[in-house]
Design a protein around this ligand. Structure first.
Ligand code: PLP
Length: 390
């Protein structure tokens, strides 16, 4: 196996194993040739061989492996507590490699009935055509939908956009009794707040487009595992299916990872203030934020997450048009899809990120607004919401 396909020595001799020490150093040793502190962007598709098969650094072609991507993959594995990381061109490309790389037509998968709409679309419109069968079940009762053909349970926690919380440890216990693989989409929490492999999950998947990258300037995905056999299969399909990110994407993502810990703490500080403010607002019917004591998953989130994250959703008392009006009136919160960047974003899931699930079991309430609370000054965010809510 060439060096680019995953990484086995993820901490690479880094002294100290605190989250931010690993985030800043793992996979990113100074360049041995020049001493450059930041891994260079290896903008090359191929590598000179010293005689046929004489690979200098183990690299032969950049779909199979690229040194900037290797640095990112080692970093991803280290910050998720895994042994192998794989970087993809997007979160959905990473998900596809898990589904079609590990499963076969006829296999059955259980997915949460409020998973990210694009994930559901991948199951429903792509993998199902290929022969995969799935059942969408309530996040808190995924085990009830398992049958003799179930090979995988797909968990997203917190969910997008309803911020529901699943018990990773309990699901992993149950699934493993029947030899079922557990995948956790850790995009909303980020590895700083939640480490699913340590809680018993087999595979972690990310849209690194979100908190991991953190600056709304790159689209990417990641798969992290702690098992050589799984790594071999994912690595094979990463290369065989070819949906890899480029070296500049890897560089941007690595730059984001270095500040993940400090960014997440600030996202959490701000989101807690926003959620409390909204919870006391007369025009809000319901606030969905795991940090609120009224949230049904509050205790569980407190157990398996370090803090409660930067995403807040709320339902407007006056219905869909009022929710759309709020989205159109904010000035600091930018109206746009995606999440997890330093800037605050607002969106209407029913008409935007989750439009693809309208009419399905995953349809979201029409009066729902989703906030990705950024790291601006909290007082400015509260003032913006105050004027937008009127
Ligand atoms: N998983 C979650 C929870 C998401 O929110 C998203 C995108 O919004 C994805 C996966 C897909 O990631 P990408 O857009 O990078 O393909």
């Amino acid at each position: 196996m060439h060096e680019g396909t995953g990484s086995t020595s993820v901490t690479g001799g880094v002294r100290g194993h605190g989250f931010s020490t690993l985030a800043i150093h793992a996979g990113q040793e100074p360049d041995p040739l020049t001493g450059a502190v930041v891994p260079p962007i290896y903008a090359t598709s191929t590598y000179k061989q010293d005689g046929v098969g004489g690979l200098r650094g183990g690299y032969e072609y950049s779909r199979s492996g690229n040194p900037t991507r290797t640095a990112l993959e080692a970093s991803l594995a280290a910050i998720e507590g895994g042994s192998h990381g794989f970087a993809f061109a997007s979160g959905l490309a990473a998900e596809d490699a898990i589904l079609r790389g590990l499963l076969a037509p006829g296999d059955h998968v259980v997915i949460p009935d409020d998973a990210y709409g694009g994930t559901f679309r991948l199951f429903d419109k792509v993998a199902a055509k290929w022969g995969l069968r799935y059942t969408a079940a309530p996040l808190t009762d995924l085990a009830s939908a398992m049958n003799a053909d179930t090979k995988m349970v797909w968990v997203e926690t917190p969910t997008n956009p309803l911020l529901n919380i699943a018990d990773i440890e309990q699901i992993a216990d149950l699934a493993h009794r029947s030899g079922v693989t557990v995948v956790v989409d850790n995009t909303f929490a980020s590895p700083y707040l939640q480490q699913p492999l340590a809680l018993g999950a087999d595979i972690v998947v990310h849209s690194t487009t979100k908190y991991v990258g953190g600056h709304s300037d790159v689209v990417g995905g990641a798969v992290i595992v702690n098992d050589d056999e799984l790594a071999e299969k994912i690595g094979f399909h990463q290369n065989a299916m070819g949906a890899v990110g480029g070296p500049f994407d890897a560089f941007l993502t690595l730059r984001g990872i270095k500040t993940l810990g400090v960014r997440m703490d600030r996202h959490c500080d701000n989101a807690e203030r926003v959620a409390e403010y909204l919870a006391g607002h007369p025009k809000i019917a319901e606030v969905r934020y795991p940090g609120l004591a009224t949230h049904p998953g509050h205790d569980l989130a407190g157990k398996q997450m370090k803090r409660y994250g930067g995403m807040v959703s709320f339902r407007h008392k006056d219905g869909e048009q009022a929710a759309l009006d709020v989205c159109g009136r904010t000035e600091v919160f930018i109206l746009g899809e995606s999440l997890g960047g330093v800037e605050s974003l607002i969106e209407h899931p029913g008409r935007m990120t989750h439009a693809s699930v309208v009419g399905s079991a995953l349809e979201v309430p029409a009066d729902l607004v989703r906030l990705s609370v950024g790291i601006e000054d909290a007082d400015d965010l509260l003032a913006d919401l105050r004027q937008a809510l009127g």
